[in-house]
Design a binder for this molecule. Sequence first.
Ligand code: CA
Length: 231
Amino acid sequence: VTGGLTAQDKGHLLVVEDDEASRTALTRGLTRHGYSVQDTADGQSALTLCDPQVFDLMILDVGLPDIDGFTVLTKLRHRTDIPVIMLTGRGEEVDRVVGFELGADDYVLKPYSLRELVARVAARLRSHRRGQEPDEADEIQYAQLRLDRRAREVRLDGNRIDLTAREYELLVFLASQPRQVFSREELLERVWGTTYQDPATVTEHVRRVRAKLGGNHGITTLRGVGYRFDP
Ligand code: CA
């Protein structure tokens, strides 16, 4: 479906939220920001509605009355990889890891600010449209660590760190999507471009990057889940 209207260009979103007040506020807010929005209050209708040809992104509440958000996500992932941002209530934070494993792209904790959610929606749509490449800033800087993508250089406190091409790509991939968890399999697919390699390759590369960057590497291990960059 193509069209010249702003709403269609910005994206067509499906909001799944059973709380009527939240759903209405969210739908209005996103519409005001130029998105075209359809909403629904339960998981089953979300699955019926969510045609990946129509929608660009789903905002999915975890706590739904019929089938929970994780079940919706699992079923959805059998047929589409459209970005899914999960909304999670207080006390459900522990489920974040589960959600990422099931293929959620992002998490927003309730109560959220509309502004934050809109920013996440824009970021997820942008990276998805780029073929799921990470955000392409020329330079990424966190504390003493500076990644210069034009020069393909990594500097720590101004000193150049000698990384192999793959180590560099791994670090840039993680650092350009801070706080997002990636499994070793995902990293193989997205950094190495293959799923036919031993995930231990990833472990080994992470180890080497850490060794080269000392205490400032920023890469956190989530045991049994994967890695994420914590600036
Ligand atoms: Ca709910």
